[in-house]
Write a protein that binds this ligand. Structure first.
Ligand SMILES: Nc1ncnc2c1ncn2[C@@H]1O[C@H](COP(=O)(O)OP(=O)(O)OP(=O)(O)O)[C@@H](O)[C@H]1O
Length: 320
């Protein structure tokens, strides 16, 4: 759905070049939620702005829904952009307009008739759970409600793709969760493809199917979240699901991302006559799946065979 290839963006600042994007390849499949996470200055906002051509990349191409945006300009580009909604960290609402007036704004710009606007605004406010707030002004709303207005406005022209620029960064944890749940519902109900940027691992954990870790204008890692969790040494996996640290130096970290019918631990002790000691760990819901990460100590003559057995059964085994 989104295919950006070889994206480079160089800004000229104070007489020197700043490379904000350094040959980034991004592929977001139709219907998925893709999160880009990284520290401040990593290039996340630049990437998002290059995807909808608010910023023209210095090099590289961007295709969205099969159309090459980098080959367009003027009215054609503005038309293509209607298929891409955007939500902002600080909501970007018009304070003089009501909630309904804010949501109607892009429809007015697009020349939609008054009757159609009214119907569409009603549908959109219902979709985001604000049908009783139509006549209020942004100043009368909570942060979460403002973001719901921002989301409704972004969906006004029925885009197939939604870009989210730190949509939950200004919100408290509980409101963040409810906005993320809303995004997940919209993704499923409307088959909406979502590309979001964030600096919060929780966002990736809660709703993303795929993710990339951005560092100095590049993707240090990218892929399906569950695949990354099964990738030895993945930084993203470690940040997503850190293992509780233990005093023991000989622990083995094991990560299990699939449901297993086999009682693996008791099988280990039976088959290989090893002692298994759980030093710490947790089970969390990540990308819609229960993922377990344990720090264990396995002792016995057949320790290596036991670890091999775990690997054969799809468990990621990382020795200290
Ligand atoms: N218009 C600009 N002119 C010059 N340099 C810029 C411009 N916009 C961004 N940069 C630089 O490009 C780099 C990437 O910035 P960008 O805003 O994309 O990072 P980010 O990961 O989104 O950071 P943050 O989370 O703080 O918004 C930074 O070094 C930044 O200073």
């Amino acid at each position: 759905m989104i295919d950006a290839a070889g994206l480079r963006k160089v800004y000229r600042s104070d007489g020197r070049d700043v490379v904000a994007l350094d040959r980034v390849d991004l592929r977001v499949q139709e219907g998925e939620i893709y999160g880009v996470v990284g520290q401040s200055g990593a290039g996340k906002s630049t990437l998002l702005r290059c995807v909808n051509l608010l910023e023209r990349p210095t090099e590289g191409t961007v295709h969205v829904d099969g159309a090459e945006l980098t080959a367009m300009s003027g009215a054609r580009l503005r038309g293509a952009r209607r298929g891409i909604g955007m939500v902002h960290q600080h909501f970007a609402l018009l304070s003089s307009r009501t909630v309904a007036g804010n949501v109607a704004f892009p429809l007015e710009v697009a020349g939609v008739t008054r009757a159609q606007r009214k119907r569409r605004v009603g549908e959109l406010l219902e979709l985001v759970g604000l049908d009783d707030k139509a006549k209020m002004h942004p100043a009368q709303l909570s942060g979460g409600q403002k973001q719901r207005v921002g989301i409704a406005r972004a969906l006004a022209s029925r885009p197939r793709v939604l870009l989210s620029d730190e949509a939950t960064s200004a919100l408290d944890p509980e409101t963040t969760r409810s906005i993320l749940e809303l995004l997940r519902e919209l993704n499923q109900q409307l088959d909406l493809t979502i590309l979001l940027i964030t600096h919060e691992m929780e966002v990736i954990k809660q709703i993303c199917d795929s993710a990339a870790l951005m560092d100095s204008g590049r993707f240090a890692e990218s892929g399906r979240v569950l695949d990354l969790l099964e990738t030895p040494g993945s930084r993203l996996a470690r940040s997503l699901f850190p293992l509780p640290s233990t005093e023991e130096g000989d622990g083995v970290a094991i990560t299990c991302t699939r449901d297993s019918d086999a009682p693996l631990m008791s099988e280990l002790t039976r088959r290989f006559d090893v002692d298994v000691n759980v030093l710490g760990g947790a089970v969390e819901n990540i990308a819609g799946r229960s993922v377990g990460r344990l720090n264990v100590r396995i002792q016995g003559d057949k320790r290596q065979e036991a670890l091999g057995y775990l690997s054969e059964h799809g468990v990621l085994v990382e020795e200290a």
